[in-house]
Design a binder for this molecule. Structure first.
Ligand code: MV4
Length: 445
């Protein structure tokens, strides 16, 4: 087992990882930027190292500074959390070359799944359904026109090196294909350093359903069921729940098996997530794989009782999985609301000093956060300041519990998305399980 883990992250996820390490008897090193010395992850870790200036590029993305911090403190592993360096294959390689274990998948796993065309090619071979579309890059507008007319409009153009919804273009007719194709290519080049794009049939208002995977370094892979993450705005998730309220047992079983088959096909190790679209006829299609621990992992922890971060650390240390698929039982229903320091109507960031802080409590309520009373939410980083997670026997009870916990939550001095979540909890479509990816655009605040 590791002796000491350096956490290359900040905020609630750094805290979450430090907690898992403590329970595993592993020493922890926090890293922080100049402006983060008062952050909670710094206070609760055994040691801390300042790695640079406020800008992420100088600190939380500064590979040299992070590796040096690991060497100085004699850490034998680095946990990247989510965001920052978590899906950076080069960083995983540098860690390996320095004799430090990167707590995550291999660089090869990350490169393969980061290339959305190679990911498509790989999962098809494992028998996983994908939407009609190309499994090679589309390089000319003539080619694009032919493919789109073969698939049938509407189609969607996506960047091979993209992901997470960035740089996608929906095209409804041949007349608009030329401009959309050129724009998609130039945005792909600017955003990801690679102009290549591919084309898929466009699915209107799908649900976003993803499967959590757990894999060790010995070829064992299991899944922990699904999460429904359809409630998003501009590809930022706002609320996640598990299980998905509309999945039939048969489709759930099939989706889980597909996710495991896809992970096995790439000899995946560590935790990961297979993202699917679910259409209104309950057909599902593979979209992409996320090769990191995700923000919304707690809803899966609540319904399975599995500590995903601990399993990720044990897997990285070479231990075989402690669970078989048949050990995994889904109990009850969990919901997570992401609480952001944002204007709840305009969605603009609202950093500033928290004046008065009282998190909710009680049975089935979990708060993953790194803020406290009189803490100043910084403008330099992500605006998510807390995740409020509830667990109850049924979805209805979970919604009631969430509404109660949101009411109890006091965050003074700054604007937050608490009122937005209260609004969602009382929404009829949400309560009746009808929220698809078009839900937020239809929501009247
Ligand atoms: C799509 C789609 C419809 N049809 N692909 C957005 C995130 C990225 N992983 C995939 N995304 C989408 N891909 C086809 N062929 C619609 C979306 C999409 C979406 C997906 C999940 C959750 C929210 C979304 C919001 C807009 C578009």
């Amino acid at each position: 087992m590791f002796h000491k883990v350096l956490i290359a992250n900040r905020g609630e996820i750094a805290l979450r990882i430090i907690r898992a390490c403590k329970e595993l008897g592993i020493k922890t090193v926090a890293v922080h930027s100049d402006v983060d010395s008062e952050a909670l992850h710094v206070k609760i870790a055994d040691e801390s190292v300042c790695i640079g200036a406020a800008a992420s590029a100088s600190s939380y993305l500064n590979m040299k500074a992070i590796i040096s911090a690991a060497e100085v403190t004699d850490a034998d592993a680095i946990h990247p959390g989510y965001g920052f360096l978590s899906e950076n294959a080069e960083f995983a390689e540098i860690c390996a070359n320095c004799g430090i274990t990167f707590i995550g998948p291999t660089a090869e796993n990350m490169r393969l799944m980061g290339d959305k065309i190679r990911a498509r090619q790989t999962v098809i071979k494992a028998g996983v359904p994908i939407l009609p579309g190309t499994t090679e890059g589309v390089n000319t507008v003539e080619e694009a026109k032919q493919i789109a007319s073969d698939i049938g409009y509407p189609v969607i153009i996506k960047a091979t090196a993209g992901g997470g919804g960035r740089g996608m273009k929906v095209v409804h007719s041949p007349a608009s294909l030329g401009n959309a194709f050129a724009a998609a290519r130039s945005e792909a080049q600017a955003g990801f350093g690679n102009p290549e794009v591919y084309i898929e049939k466009f699915c209107e208002c799908p649900r976003h359903v993803e499967i959590q995977i757990l894999a060790d370094k010995h070829g064992n892979v299991i899944h922990l069921g699904e999460r429904d993450c359809s409630i998003q705005r501009r590809h930022q998730k706002l609320l996640e729940e598990a299980p998905c309220p509309v999945l039939s047992p048969a489709v759930r079983k099939k989706m889980g098996e597909c996710a495991v088959a896809a992970a096995k096909a790439v000899n995946y190790s560590s935790v990961g997530t297979m993202e699917f679209l679910l259409d209104s006829d309950n057909n599902f299609y593979f979209m992409e794989m996320n090769t990191r621990v995700q923000v919304e992992h707690p809803v899966t922890e609540m319904i399975t009782g599995v500590d995903i971060i601990k399993e990720q650390i044990l897997s990285a240390a070479g231990q075989p999985l402690r669970f078989k698929q048949s050990d995994i039982k889904i109990t009850g229903h969990a919901i997570e609301c992401r609480i952001n320091a944002e204007d709840p109507v305009k969605f603009t960031p609202c950093p500033g000093k928290i004046d008065g802080y009282h998190p909710p409590g009680g049975l089935g309520v979990r708060v993953d956060s790194a803020v406290y009373d009189q803490y100043t939410v910084l403008p330099h980083y992500d605006s998510m300041i807390a995740k409020l997670i509830v667990h109850a026997e049924t979805r209805e009870e979970a919604i009631t519990r969430m509404a109660r916990a949101l009411d109890e939550y006091i965050i003074g001095g700054i604007k937050t998305t608490l009122p937005l979540h209260q609004r969602i909890m009382t929404n009829k479509d949400f309560r009746e399980g009808r929220a698809d990816t078009g839900f937020m655009e239809r929501l009247v605040f």
